[in-house]
Design a protein. Structure first.
Length: 120
């Protein structure tokens, strides 16, 4: 029985697969973290600004599956190098969501009105 050489097929190249594994895992985990932080923020009183995700909600499994499908599509079309740029942008979104959750938890909206009208 002959074995198949995956290195001869450009889509199934072992080198390409090794290069995309780390950024792909990071991308999926950042998407799941974003969905979790969005859920926490919305429960604390924040609002979802992304019109696509406000319809879908902050389902972590669904967001992880969408991210994995996007990684597969980028890999298939040979555009997996874009993942590092997407990871960088998504990391900014996660930091923003973390700051929003922290602000909403520590300083509720009612206390902003109390602070604003206390001096007047």
């Amino acid at each position: 029985m002959a074995s198949y050489d995956f290195n001869r097929c450009p889509v199934l190249s072992v080198e390409r697969l090794e290069q995309v594994t780390m950024p792909a895992v990071i991308f999926v985990l950042l998407n799941i973290t974003d969905a979790y932080l969005t859920r926490v923020g919305v429960m604390a009183g924040a609002i979802e600004l992304n019109p696509l995700m406000s319809v879908i909600g902050s389902n972590m499994l669904f967001k992880g599956l969408i991210a994995a499908a996007l990684v597969g599509a980028l890999y298939f079309f040979g555009k997996e190098r874009i993942l590092w740029l997407l990871n960088f942008a998504l990391f900014g979104v996660v930091v923003w969501n973390s700051a929003t959750c922290l602000i909403v938890k520590l300083l509720p909206l009612q206390s902003l009105f109390t602070i604003a009208y206390a001096g007047g």
